[in-house]
Design a protein around this ligand. Structure first.
Ligand code: PLP
Length: 453
């Protein structure tokens, strides 16, 4: 067999990649012309690429490597678990210790009576589970016509048929026949981009009230659930006005609609609390989790389900749903050790100490930059809006995302990963980032912004 290793020249690796590897969310033909960036190893908050460059990862991979790269403890747990029990399923009245122990730990960390975990391999799978779970709940309750789920435009919940339909990303809907029936979307609470002359508080209320209008339009007896990310991540790290979530909660309570908080990004310390719902006082019936659950060391996700929903569905015969890798023992053991490490190392305290005021002061100072309209941050999750006119919060005359892409490319040239969502730059570094590393981050981000201007 040909040995393909880290030591091969970059060009050869790129040629093999282009010949055989189809990339997610990528125009492969365009990528083939310039060649993929090839990451060979990583430690702490730094990536190393095939050219030997040290790149600070301001995105924790895809918002997931909360504990930082290169943790031997997790590698050791994975190796031990593979030797002891590499795989067994959790179907057909079977269980195993890693799945049991992880579910108990998640239930301990989750607020309220979110005491039950239905495992999945990813956030997308977990949200597919949620669609089936809430519809099943209402079937068992004798209200099968309650099958509509309401979500938000520019929300992101994954890219499978179900989760991509829940999301409100128009480029995803434009391909392959999404959304599936009985998923409806309302406007997002994006004050900076869509708030016009309203105050953030007024706009937050107005956007939340779109939910009530939609419920009335569809018929309250038909609506099963509302789903939202406490803070939209892939939509551009959009922190909703303080008035938004309390009003959404009130409306869900009023109509007896299940509330699903998609915590795939906001879970496990990202916001300085275990879950983003705790920041906004949201009391969900179901939480979607993935990413930070294992810090990305193994693919695992799931739904944390409240007593009422779990008992109702579980008490009505088989729930005909599941994935081969539900509660995969290696992924579960790794996730459990990851949660232990986050606690042993007091990561919530660390996030709160480095985020506020240390990073926040430096991040907010970027608003002095001629290109930056707003800079916002909660915990270690932040964004800046690029604008040609701070007073009007105007968009650039160029195709949306042109300036953002240029900024992302300048960042990469300056050995920093920042992502762009149209013309918003977003960050979510590993939660272990230190103040000294934050200084490097800000220095590289500022230089990159200067080079875009
Ligand atoms: N939900 C949210 C809020 C996400 O940000 C993501 C991924 O970015 C998902 C769901 C989908 O997770 P996955 O990519 O693991 O399927």
């Amino acid at each position: 067999m040909t040995q393909i290793t880290n030591h091969m020249p970059t060009k050869e690796l790129q040629a093999l990649d282009a010949a055989h590897h189809m990339h997610p969310f990528t125009a492969d033909a365009d990528l083939a012309k310039k060649g993929a960036r090839i990451i060979t190893r990583a430690k702490g908050v730094y990536l190393t690429d095939s050219e030997g460059r040290q790149i600070m990862d301001g995105m924790a991979g895809l918002w997931c490597v909360n504990i930082g790269y290169g943790r031997k403890e997790l590698a050791q747990v994975a190796a031990r678990q593979m030797e002891e029990l590499c795989y067994y399923n959790t179907f057909f009245q079977t269980s195993h210790v890693p799945a049991i122990a992880l579910a108990a730990e998640i239930a301990k960390l989750a607020p309220g009576d979110l005491n039950h975990v239905f495992y999945a391999g990813s956030g997308s799978e977990a949200n597919d589970t949620n669609i089936r779970l809430v519809r099943r709940y209402w079937e068992v309750k004798g209200q099968p016509e309650r099958n509509i789920i309401i979500s938000r435009w520019n929300g992101y919940h994954g890219s499978s048929m179900g989760s991509g339909s829940l999301g409100g990303m128009k480029p995803i809907h434009a391909q392959g026949g999404l959304p599936i029936p009985d998923i409806h979307h309302i406007g997002q609470p994006y004050w900076y981009g869509e708030g016009g002359n309203m105050s953030p508080e007024e706009f937050g209320l107005a956007r939340a009230r779109l939910l009530e209008e939609k419920i009335q339009e569809l018929g309250p007896e038909r609506v099963a659930a509302f789903i939202g990310e406490p803070i939209q991540g892939a939509g551009g790290v959009i922190i909703p006005p303080a008035t938004y979530w309390p009003e959404i909660q009130r409306i869900c309570d009023k109509f007896g609609i299940l509330l699903i908080a998609d915590e795939v990004i906001t879970g496990f310390g990202r916001t300085g609390k275990w879950f983003g719902s705790e920041v906004f006082g949201i009391k969900p019936h179901i939480m979607t989790i993935a990413k930070g659950l294992s810090s990305g060391y193994a693919p695992i996700g799931g739904s944390i389900v409240c007593d009422e929903v779990a008992d109702t569905v579980g008490g009505a015969g088989d729930f005909n749903h599941g994935y081969t890798y539900c509660g995969h023992p290696v992924a579960a053991a790794v996730a459990l050790r990851n949660l232990e490490l986050l606690q042993e190392e007091s990561i919530l305290d660390h996030v709160n100490n480095v985020a506020h005021p240390y990073l926040n002061e430096r991040w907010k100072a970027l608003e002095e930059h001629p290109l930056v309209g707003e800079a916002c941050l909660i915990g270690l999750m932040g964004s800046i809006a690029l604008t040609p006119d701070k007073a009007t919060r105007a968009a650039f005359a160029t195709e949306p995302g042109t300036v953002g892409l240029r900024c992302r490319e300048r960042c990469f040239a300056n050995n920093l990963v920042m992502r762009h969502v149209n013309d918003r730059m977003v960050i979510a570094p590993p939660l272990v980032i230190t103040p000294e590393e934050i200084d490097v981050f800000i220095e590289r981000a500022t230089k990159s912004l200067d080079e875009c201007y």
